[in-house]
Design a protein around this ligand. Structure first.
Ligand SMILES: Cc1cc2nc3c(=O)[nH]c(=O)nc-3n(C[C@H](O)[C@H](O)[C@H](O)COP(=O)(O)OP(=O)(O)OC[C@H]3O[C@@H](n4cnc5c(N)ncnc54)[C@H](O)[C@@H]3O)c2cc1C
Length: 277
């Protein structure tokens, strides 16, 4: 296996172009090294961890720009993330152990495209945009289109995630990220639900509702029919319960060693109801 530590993004991109499917980008390595141990070794590793200028959290004109190499711990301890993007903060706070949070990057979490990736459902409902670099140039890819299947994204084998742009929601918005796991943060989510509700100016009706579901489909998804059932309405208990049932019906979970599909659907309903309340 070949190993490279490129000094610049363009050097990293030319390595990805040269080795194609045989190349593997490694950032924090908390997924890649586990895969190398239990699955297969790539032809070549492209370690981007020391690339300059890719670890930052910046406020910019109504959004936060987060460099792909920013660690989960940096997100968890960032006062601006906690204040402006509490949904993302909650996901970072419930993410694995301190050791993993120190090492794992947000870019790695997004590019891994695991349906249970902690930051994915929150980033989806926040309307985040991935800024990616390819050998032929730069692209802005809304996260709503970014995930294709478990482990597959629009980056393909030649793209590098550089930044995640996250619009800051209205000050009136309220939301929550709720993770269900047997051992809390130490476990990967059995189900993760992110809810973001923005009331209208009068504060009575829900102007916008976004519900993101993790670990219950091949990619993180929005529960669009449940959102529609609430949008423009005065959201009382009966509507919340109805929307939570719809969200569960929109999920398509699998049964695996961590949970049955039926249990996951039940948890989607419970967490969606709780997130809306
Ligand atoms: C003990 C343990 C507990 C865990 N608990 C959780 C948990 O609670 N929640 C959770 O969501 N995850 C968890 N994980 C999974 C993992 O920590 C996360 O997915 C993490 O965010 C991956 O980040 P990384 O920087 O380590 O990525 P890496 O392992 O370096 O890379 C992950 C994937 O992304 C690609 N990649 C990384 N950066 C880029 C980039 N900038 N551009 C293009 N491709 C890139 C890599 O090629 C690889 O396919 C856990 C892992 C372990 C080992």
């Amino acid at each position: 296996m070949k190993y490279f530590e490129p000094k610049s993004v363009s050097e990293a991109l030319s390595l990805l172009k040269r080795y194609g499917e045989g190349a593997k980008v490694v950032a924090g390595g908390t997924d890649v090294l586990v895969d190398m141990k239990f699955k297969e070794e790539p032809l070549c590793l492209v370690n981007i961890k020391r690339l300059p200028g890719m670890s930052y959290i910046r406020e910019d004109n109504g959004c936060l720009r987060i460099g792909a190499l920013t660690s989960i711990r940096e997100i968890e301890t960032s006062p601006v993330v906690r204040q402006k993007l509490p949904l993302l903060w909650e996901a970072a706070h419930q993410f694995a152990s301190l050791q993993i949070r120190n090492t794992a990057t947000i870019g790695g979490n997004v590019c891994r495209a695991s349906p249970s990736g902690e930051t994915l459902a929150p980033l989806l409902v926040l309307g985040a945009i991935a800024h990616a670099r390819f050998p032929k140039g730069e692209k802005k890819l809304p996260l709503g289109d970014f995930f294709l299947a478990p482990g597959k994204t629009l980056l393909g084998s030649k793209g590098l995630l550089h930044e995640i742009e996250v619009p800051v929601p209205s000050k009136r918005s309220r939301g929550a990220y709720l993770k269900h796991a047997v051992r809390g943060a130490m476990d990967i989510a059995i189900v993760g639900v992110a809810v973001l509700v923005t009331p209208d100016a009068g504060g009575q009706k829900a102007k916008d509702v976004r519900i993101g579901l993790g670990a219950v489909a091949p990619t993180p998804i929005r529960a669009r029919r449940a959102e529609k059932a609430l949008r423009g309405k005065v959201v009382g208990r009966a509507l919340m319960e109805g929307a939570a049932r719809i969200a569960a019906s929109e999920s398509s979970p699998i049964s695996d060693q961590r949970s049955s599909a039926e249990y996951r659907r039940w948890i989607v309903e419970a967490l969606t109801r709780r997130g809306l309340a």
